[in-house]
Design a protein around this ligand. Structure first.
Ligand code: HEM
Length: 422
């Protein structure tokens, strides 16, 4: 059968049929067979692009790790961390630490690193549990919920607002702005083409980014007047080599912190519940052995892999697994593939709440850009599932699960669920 005759979501059986650009292939589910084919037959694969120069797709766990750990050869700064090629002006205007190399990257990250370290984050445990219990109270009262909107999405932005020390009256606005920033590969969330056109000359095509800047600036003004022991105060008082952050640097820093943990954590929670519903034996096991919550959270995060890939750009000619990569070539490191690499994970397509060892790369494989919020996100997932298992006797899907159509986010848009209280 020719590639053309196949349904768009069908899994390819030959390399000629592989297309990682096609968001529709990610619509029904993650195309795991496509990644398995790449890992097996062409782990450093040249993926042409319809509107770009093409890129190398890196799909094996060890190669992804090697690329992430060698920032001198594989820069985040030259072309940014997204596969989309931006104008140099736009790239410069949007540049936050995730799109930078050391030493500037490390200087910026050091400003808040401690606020996201395990000890600091643990201090929020009780508050996170309290926030989630309120969310769950409301959901259990209704019984029939859209688990994504009513449960999974309700937590991450509130936790971030809490860490910022934003007053509760501002939480709703922050949650709403976070929602409006959602992934735009999916036709449902895509910006109006007229808005995109009108904003083409601006550094940010999404107007919500500007509202997020306003929110961040307002908080910055308040902390200048009245400093506290929190993240915003650290950013407004920061000096690097004797200079404070510019307004642009502050804006994009705030935006990065605001958006990086929102959609990602929500999708982890949604996928986690779906996995437990689809694997009732594993749900049973977690109920019987609540001490498994740590390994269960790790497995949920591996299974969910909410961010499929990030980009790097080669800074010199080099060879990777026999392929000749040239200076300025783009690469995409596919964490979603590394997390299911059969050379690393025993039976990777098995969902196992007791999986150990579990070297998942959901937050990146290590290296200078390893997710700043990894510990916080993991703690949220642990708390959410410990509470769900404790307080809900039965979870039942009551309609179809709608996925985000995107090759970047592994996302769930809607998931109707009936919850029966314990
Ligand atoms: C399940 C939830 C999350 C997932 C899947 C996730 C995933 C990732 C990934 C894959 C990276 C890039 C790693 C690399 O290039 O090596 C990253 C970086 C980052 N993440 Fe997360 N993240 C999550 C939650 C959060 C949270 C809660 C925050 C809190 C603010 C956060 C803040 C960041 C920041 C600031 C960076 C850039 C770090 C740097 O460039 O040094 N993330 N994240």
């Amino acid at each position: 059968m020719s590639a053309r005759a196949k349904a768009p979501d069908a899994e390819p059986s030959t390399l000629a049929e592989v297309d990682l650009n096609d968001h529709a292939r990610f619509a029904e589910r993650v195309p795991h067979e496509m990644f398995a084919l790449l890992r097996r037959e062409d782990p450093v694969y040249w993926q042409p692009e319809p509107e770009g120069p093409g890129y190398w797709a890196i799909t094996r766990h060890d190669d992804i790790t090697a690329v992430a750990k060698d920032w001198r050869s594989f820069s985040s700064e030259r072309g940014g961390s997204s596969l989309q090629d931006l104008d140099p002006d736009q790239l410069e205007a949007r540049k936050s630490m995730i799109d930078m190399d050391p030493p500037r990257h490390n200087q910026l990250r050091a400003l808040v690193n401690r606020d996201f370290a395990p000890r600091a984050v643990r201090e929020f445990s009780d508050r996170i549990r309290e926030l989630f219990d309120r969310v769950l109270d409301a959901a259990l009262e209704r019984r029939e919920v859209d688990f994504v909107a009513d449960v999974a999405a309700a937590l991450p932005m509130r936790v971030f607002a809490e860490m910022l020390g934003a007053p509760e009256s501002d939480h709703r606005l922050l949650v709403e702005l976070g929602d409006r920033m959602l992934g735009q590969d999916d036709p449902e969330y895509a910006l109006d083409p007229q808005v995109v056109e009108a904003n083409r000359h601006l550094p940010f095509s999404n107007p919500t980014a500007l509202e997020m800047f306003d929110f961040g600036r307002k908080l910055a003004g308040e902390r200048r007047e009245c400093p506290r022991d929190d993240i915003v105060t650290k950013l407004v008082e920061a000096e690097i080599d004797g200079c404070p952050l510019s307004e642009r640097e502050y804006d994009v820093y705030f935006l990065l912190l605001a958006v990086a943990g929102n959609e990602t954590t929500r999708h982890s929670i949604s996928h986690g519940l779906l996995a437990l519903i689809e694997h009732p034996d594993q749900l049973q096991r977690l109920r019987a052995e609540p001490d498994l919550i740590g390994t269960a959270a790790g497995e949920i995060l591996r299974w969910a892999t909410p961010v499929h890939h990030f980009r790097r750009t080669a800074t010199r000619d080099l060879e990777l697994r026999g392929q000749r990569i040239q200076e300025n070539d783009k690469l995409a490191t596919w964490y979603i593939s590394g997390n299911f690499d059969e050379l690393v994970f025993d039976d990777p397509q098995r969902f196992d709440v007791g999986r150990e060892p579990n070297p998942e790369m959901t937050f990146g494989p290590g290296g200078v850009h390893f997710c700043l919020g990894a510990y916080l996100a993991r703690l949220e997932v642990e708390i959410v599932f410990a509470e769900l298992v404790r307080r809900v006797a039965e979870f039942e899907l009551t309609g179809p699960v709608e996925r985000l159509q995107s090759n970047f986010f592994n996302g769930v848009k809607r998931m109707p669920v009936r919850l029966t209280p314990a």
